[in-house]
Design a protein around this ligand. Sequence first.
Ligand SMILES: CC(C)(COP(=O)(O)OP(=O)(O)OC[C@H]1O[C@@H](n2cnc3c(N)ncnc32)[C@H](O)[C@@H]1OP(=O)(O)O)[C@@H](O)C(=O)NCCC(=O)NCCS
Length: 172
Amino acid sequence: METTLRPYKLSDVDDFMEWSSDDEVINRTRLRRFTTREDALSYLKEVVIPRPWCRAICLDGKPIGFIAFKPWDSANNRCRGTISYALGSKYWGKGIVTKAVKMAVPIVFKEFPDIERVEGLVDVDNKASQRVLEKAGFQKEATLRKYLILHGKTIDVFVFSLLPTDLMARVS
Ligand SMILES: CC(C)(COP(=O)(O)OP(=O)(O)OC[C@H]1O[C@@H](n2cnc3c(N)ncnc32)[C@H](O)[C@@H]1OP(=O)(O)O)[C@@H](O)C(=O)NCCC(=O)NCCS
């Protein structure tokens, strides 16, 4: 089975709905639940496709999740940005998102020349996501207390980071 990344298209709406209406995914992310095809279609058109960098994670060509990078937009923070991802729950535990992160990070450094640091912010209870970042070579740096609101609950997160020099260390 081959994992690839590519931009989302409007014609992906049915595959997009498969994972974006999956409670296992929604409960662990700040995504809202999509209940109608029209709702999902306008979200793809107005939010997902215009994002600075967002790719469908595809398994043998079928979109089964997403990986995104959001650079900070203010001049003084342009050296960094945040990575995020999610995958339909029936595909969990097969190494797919680790592979997607490893593919995405070098592309991000190439496409955003100002970026010197890719960050991941992960719920302290989300062990699978922490493990993904560790396996992709990120370093765990700190705990940010009461940092994000996830479905109405304020949570503590771990901040992870990866620099281009970490990537070079990974290759050598
Ligand atoms: C987190 C998520 C992206 C992981 O994707 P995935 O493709 O299943 O990840 P991988 O298979 O590459 O790696 C998962 C790792 O976590 C480990 N893991 C899974 N559940 C775990 C748990 N409860 N405790 C400890 N480790 C766990 C797996 O064993 C695996 O590590 P290993 O290879 O050392 O055995 C996926 O579960 C998901 O989409 N979750 C919902 C959305 C989400 O949490 N997004 C991130 C928000 S910060």
